[in-house]
Design a protein around this ligand. Structure first.
Ligand SMILES: Cc1cc2nc3c(=O)[nH]c(=O)nc-3n(C[C@H](O)[C@H](O)[C@H](O)COP(=O)(O)OP(=O)(O)OC[C@H]3O[C@@H](n4cnc5c(N)ncnc54)[C@H](O)[C@@H]3O)c2cc1C
Length: 338
């Protein structure tokens, strides 16, 4: 058994938190298997990143460097991953589940005659064989399984282990030569919303979820979408939390109703949305229906504000339910935060 941990450097030449978490999981996995592991890094100049994790216990550090590998591109990322897997003669390959690796992993497995599994949330060993855990049916069922096909490529979800920490040193990295055919695509730059417009913040401590109640007629018979938008954006700005939404609220826009313009389907949490990981969650004006709360699977401490004392949250979906008017509560919370 020969395990290879693969990672790419970020724009500043370092390894991202997701990569250090996947490295920590790989270190534990190799110890459980009782076999050595190698590290493979790609990037413009991955040498310093290799030195930063020199004490992780890897027996070899393999690198592929060059400007072409600084950027996410299917052709160069897949070719580099394939070359590193071959150079390490890897039978099990672990990668952090970044968009870059998720995109190329199945193709790399095909080139190597292996298999790939994504969304891996646990690694263990039994009788010297790797055992992998992942969730199915939208995080309702967890399975532990193994495969006989090698190489076996595994994309590890973020947050499954604390980020690796250790002393830097000299990794004695070995450069793996790779000549790419002339690229047919070139990266001309990035377009991203201003950071204060970016409402999805995976690293935030708190997930703040908005439900359709924010757009419903309130006790005085009025719809107050404008006030709702101000309260929600003020809270996000003051708390730096990440914004989630129920399907109902996201869908309302498509039905021509008054909606909160900063919400998109990317904010949707749930069975047909995302299942983010945050230490805490606060749901506001959501009913706490099962398909929605499936998205709360990995939220540590769950609280909700709803006018309905008989909502799904009250029936066991939240640790604490405040039966209260979310407009009044969030106004007060914003005043206190301000
Ligand atoms: C196959 C399938 C998949 C689905 N997948 C998803 C999914 O991935 N994600 C998802 O979210 N949903 C999903 N749904 C829909 C889900 O079942 C719910 O219908 C939806 O999440 C409900 O949205 P909501 O709670 O925002 O709205 P509502 O059910 O309309 O609830 C609004 C709540 O707001 C409260 N409220 C109103 N005003 C206030 C106020 N001033 N203060 C406090 N509370 C107030 C009301 O009392 C009510 O409880 C799915 C459904 C199906 C059938």
């Amino acid at each position: 058994m020969s395990t290879l941990f693969l990672a790419h450097t970020e724009a500043d030449g370092t390894l991202a938190k997701a990569a250090l978490e996947a490295l920590a999981a790989t270190v534990q996995f190799a110890a459980a298997l009782g076999t050595p592991f190698s590290v493979g890094l790609i990037g413009d100049n991955p040498g310093p990143a290799a030195d930063a994790i020199a004490s992780c216990g890897a027996t070899r550090f393999l690198t592929i460097s060059g400007a072409a590998f600084a950027q996410a591109r299917y052709a160069s990322d897949a070719a580099a991953a394939e070359a590193l897997c071959r150079a390490a003669a890897a039978t099990v390959v672990t990668v952090p589940a970044t968009s870059r690796w998720n995109r190329v992993l199945p193709g790399v497995a095909h080139r190597l005659g292996g298999r790939a599994d994504t969304h891996v949330t646990g690694l263990a060993a039994a009788a010297g064989q790797p055992q992998v855990s992942r969730w199915f049916y939208r995080q309702r069922m967890e399975a532990t399984f193994t495969r006989s096909t090698r190489p076996w490529l595994l994309a590890l979800e973020g947050g499954i282990a604390p980020a690796w920490q250790g002393a830097a040193g000299c990794a004695h990295a070995e450069a793996v030569a790779l000549t790419l055919p002339a690229p047919r695509t070139s990266v001309v730059g990035f377009q991203a919303p201003a950071s204060d417009q970016q409402t999805i913040r995976p690293d935030a401590d708190l997930l703040f979820v908005t439900g359709a109640g924010w757009t419903k007629k309130q006790a005085d018979g009025q719809v107050k979408v404008g006030e709702a938008g101000t309260l929600i954006l003020d809270f996000l700005r003051l708390s730096r939390s990440s914004l989630g939404s129920t399907k109902s609220l996201v869908d309302l826009g498509g039905e021509g109703q008054a909606i909160l313009p900063f919400l998109s389907h990317l904010n949707q949490v749930g069975q047909t949305g995302s299942t983010p990981r945050h230490a805490k969650g606060l749901a506001t004006c959501c009913h706490g229906e099962e398909p929605h709360t499936v998205g709360w699977r990995f939220i540590g401490e769950r609280r909700a504000i709803s006018l309905d004392a008989n909502c799904g949250w009250a029936r066991g979906k939240a640790d604490i339910l405040y039966v209260a008017d979310a407009f009044a509560v969030m106004k007060k919370v914003n005043e206190l935060l301000g």
